[in-house]
Design a protein around this ligand. Structure first.
Ligand SMILES: NC(=O)c1ccc[n+]([C@@H]2O[C@H](COP(=O)([O-])OP(=O)(O)OC[C@H]3O[C@@H](n4cnc5c(N)ncnc54)[C@H](O)[C@@H]3O)[C@@H](O)[C@H]2O)c1
Length: 345
C-alpha cells in the first residue's frame, strides 16, 4: 500500500481525496487544510482519514509515501519542497510553481532523493486529448494551426491571472499533443478590476515551422466555450470539451493546390486553390475520469520509481512559457524568445 496525504481541501482537493480513496493500492492517511470547517466536512464522508491543520503532522508520519498538494499556486513551491525534503513523493496542482527557477529546484530535489514529482495536467489524461494527440500525429499531415478558446464567467482569482489559471490547460495539452515545442511567445492581456491580475489574455506561440498557435482565455465571457481547432494539410479537428460525447470531430476538409497554367498578365507559379469537403468522423473516446487515471499512474510511479506522463519537466516547460508570456504582456505584446537549449530539453 502507498500511504498518501492530501494538502488543501478547498475546491479541487476533494476531487483528489475522492479519487485516491477509490484506488485499492492507496492508504489515504491524512487530509490537511488550514480551515477547520472544511476538515469537519471531510470527517463526515471519510471518518477513517486523519485530519490536521498542520502539514508537519502529515510529513512526520513514516507511513506516508506521497503527498498531493491542492493549495493556492503561490504556496506550491514551499509545500512541495517541504514534502520532498521529508522524503515524500509529490503530486502538485497546476501550475507547478510560480517561477521556472522554483520548478527546476523541485525537479533537482526529487532527482537527488530518487522521489517522484508529478504535476496535475489533468487534460492530458482525458480520452479526448489522448485521441487528439493520436489524430494530430497520425492523420493531420503538416500542422498549420492550433487555436483554442477557453472562456466563461469564471471565478476571479487574486493570486493568479487568467493566463496562469486557464492557459495552463492549453499549454499542457499542446505540450503533450503536438510534436513541436514553441520557439517564442507573445501575449496581451488586461485586468478590468483595479489592482487584480489580468482577467483576459491572448497568447501567440511561435514555432520554427509554419505552425501557429493561439490561446484565448477569459473569465469575463457571458457564455462558456471550451473549443480548440487544429488545422492540418490533410485533416482538421474540432475539439469541443463541452460536447457530452462527440468531443473530437475529425474533418476531411481543406484545400488542394494545383499549379495554374499562366495566362497573360498573371504571376508565374500561381496556384489554383481547390476545396475538399469530405466526411466528418467522431471517434469513440475513453470516458474514464481523467483524475482517476492520473492518480493511479502517479501511485504506480511511486511504487516502481518510474516517471509520470506529466513530470516536473512538463510542469517546468509550461511555466517557462507562462513566464515569457508575462514578460511579453508587460512589454506591450513583444515577442519573447524561449531559451533555446531548454526548449529542446
Ligand atoms: N487540475 C484542475 O483542473 C484544477 C482545477 C481547479 C483548481 N486547480 C488547482 O488546485 C489548486 C487549488 O485550487 P482551489 O481552487 O482548490 O483553491 P481553494 O482556495 O478553493 O482551496 C485551497 C485550499 O488550500 C488550503 N490551504 C492553503 N494553504 C495551506 C497550507 N499551507 N496547508 C494546508 N492547507 C492550505 C486553503 O485553506 C484552501 O482550503 C490550485 O493550484 C489550482 O490551480 C486545478
Amino acid at each position: 500500500m502507498i500511504g498518501v496525504g492530501v494538502i488543501g481541501y478547498g475546491y479541487w482537493g476533494p476531487n483528489l481525496v475522492r479519487n485516491f480513496s477509490d484506488i485499492p493500492a492507496v492508504d489515504l492517511r491524512w487530509v490537511c487544510d488550514l480551515q477547520t470547517e472544511r476538515l469537519a466536512r471531510l470527517r463526515l464522508r471519510y471518518p477513517a482519514v486523519k485530519i490536521t491543520e498542520d502539514m508537519a503532522d502529515v510529513l512526520a508520519d513514516p507511513k506516508v509515501d506521497a503527498v498531493a498538494i491542492a493549495t493556492p499556486v503561490f504556496t506550491h513551491f514551499d509545500l512541495a519542497m517541504r514534502a520532498l525534503c521529508a522524503g515524500k513523493s509529490v503530486f502538485v496542482e497546476k501550475p507547478i510553481t510560480t517561477t521556472s527557477e522554483q520548478a527546476q529546484r523541485l525537479i533537482d530535489e526529487a532527482d537527488r532523493r530518487g522521489l517522484v514529482i508529478a504535476v496535475d495536467h489533468t487534460f492530458i489524461h482525458t480520452g479526448a486529448v489522448r485521441k487528439l494527440r493520436e489524430v494530430i500525429r497520425k492523420d493531420l499531415g503538416e500542422i498549420y494551426y492550433y487555436d483554442s478558446v477557453r472562456v466563461n464567467l469564471g471565478l476571479f482569482q487574486h493570486d493568479v491571472s487568467v493566463m496562469w489559471d486557464l492557459a495552463v490547460h492549453d499549454l499542457s495539452i499542446m505540450d503533450y499533443a503536438l510534436d513541436a515545442r514553441p520557439r517564442a511567445v507573445s501575449a496581451t492581456g488586461m485586468s478590468h478590476v483595479t489592482g487584480e491580475p489580468e482577467n483576459i489574455a491572448y497568447l501567440n506561440l511561435h514555432f520554427d515551422s509554419r505552425l501557429m498557435a493561439h490561446v484565448h482565455v477569459n473569465w469575463l465571457a457571458p457564455v462558456k466555450v471550451r473549443r480548440t481547432l487544429v488545422g492540418g494539410s490533410n485533416k482538421m479537428i474540432v475539439y469541443d470539451d463541452l460536447e457530452p460525447s462527440e468531443k473530437i470531430k475529425v474533418y476531411d476538409r481543406g484545400i488542394t493546390l494545383d499549379p495554374m497554367a499562366p495566362r497573360a498578365g498573371e504571376r508565374r507559379n500561381q496556384m489554383q486553390i481547390g476545396y475538399r469537403a469530405g466526411d466528418m468522423f467522431a471517434p469513440q473516446l475513453d470516458i474514464t475520469e481523467a483524475l482517476g487515471s492520473e492518480l493511479s499512474e502517479f501511485i504506480t510511479c511511486v511504487e516502481h520509481g518510474t516517471k509520470p506522463s506529466a513530470d516536473g519537466t512538463a510542469g517546468l516547460r509550461v511555466v517557462r512559457i507562462l513566464e515569457a508570456a508575462s514578460r511579453s504582456m508587460a512589454n506591450g505584446g513583444a515577442v519573447v524568445e524561449l531559451p533555446r537549449e531548454r526548449v529542446l530539453a
